[in-house]
Design a protein. Structure first.
Length: 270
């Protein structure tokens, strides 16, 4: 793959996608959207990737859409609709990717940049991170699935408040609302993101992918449908090599490789 406005690399099973347009505040150019298409194609179903980190270069996560492109499309509803739907072709795949996705947010995550952060399974941020559902300032509705992801994360009332006021809020408030999982200083953010990805990578990819898919489905399924999906996923996991090895280790009183508390202590001692 040739990435135009981003940098992509894989090391020790951890893929890192860095938005690399700091001079344009890492705005979502057409080329960057193509990069995201290539990213999901390269990572989806890739056995060499156990986790994905998305971040931005230059102390900026992503300032949202390219306003110049927006200006060129004013008054052309059909083109605007097609452009938004085209984003969902890759965005839905990213949301349901079969490995954990971590967004490491430093600086602004505005508009589509905030939507992009919300696609992650885990959001790590710095105190100077700034989130804003800025769409309302421009007379627009939130897009890139924010209308779907944000209410599920913070509840309907808070989601409406953030979207209708289009106010900015920092990393600390985002953590208090449950949007951000943990806060770190800027110089520690990527190390912590890699450490989290590295610990997750020790677990069963089959089980983690199934768990993620089931959680993503759970809020709009009835109990019986979830029970059926749970049973099917568990059957697949029972048949996995990872489960067989874990059961054999447990039976012979050997330590299990995926012990989160132990892995966390090991990371802290480094």
């Amino acid at each position: 793959m040739t990435y135009r406005h981003s940098i992509f690399e894989i090391e020790d099973g951890i893929a890192t996608f860095t938005i690399n347009r700091p001079d344009s505040r890492n705005a979502l150019s057409l080329e960057l959207r193509e990069d995201f298409k290539d990213l999901v194609a390269e990572v989806r179903g890739n056995d060499d990737v156990s986790a994905l980190i998305i971040t931005g270069a230059g102390g900026i996560f992503c300032a949202g859409g390219d306003t110049k492109a927006m200006a060129a499309g004013i008054g052309k509803a059909d083109k605007a609709r097609s452009r938004v739907l085209d984003i969902h072709v890759w965005f839905e795949v990213l949301y349901n990717l079969d490995c954990p996705v971590i967004c490491a947010v430093d600086g602004p995550a505005y508009g589509g940049g905030m939507s992009l952060a919300l696609v992650a399974d885990f959001i790590l941020a710095t105190p100077r991170a700034q989130f804003c559902a800025v769409f309302g300032r421009l007379g627009l509705v939130p897009d890139m699935a924010m209308l779907y992801t944000l209410p599920r994360m913070v509840g309907g009332q808070r989601a409406k408040e953030l979207m209708c006021t289009a106010r900015a809020f920092n990393g600390e408030e985002a953590k208090d609302m449950g949007i951000v999982m943990d806060l770190y200083e800027p110089e520690d953010l990527m190390d912590q993101a890699r450490a989290l990805a590295g610990r997750l990578a020790v677990g069963s990819k089959v089980a983690q992918a199934a768990t993620k898919a089931l959680v993503n489905q759970s809020l709009h399924q009835d109990y019986r449908s979830m029970a059926e999906m749970e049973a099917s996923a568990q059957a697949v996991c029972f048949d996995s090599d990872y489960h067989a090895d874990a059961i054999a280790r447990f039976a012979s009183k050997q330590p299990l490789p995926y012990d989160w508390n132990k892995l966390s202590r090991t990371n802290e001692s480094k």
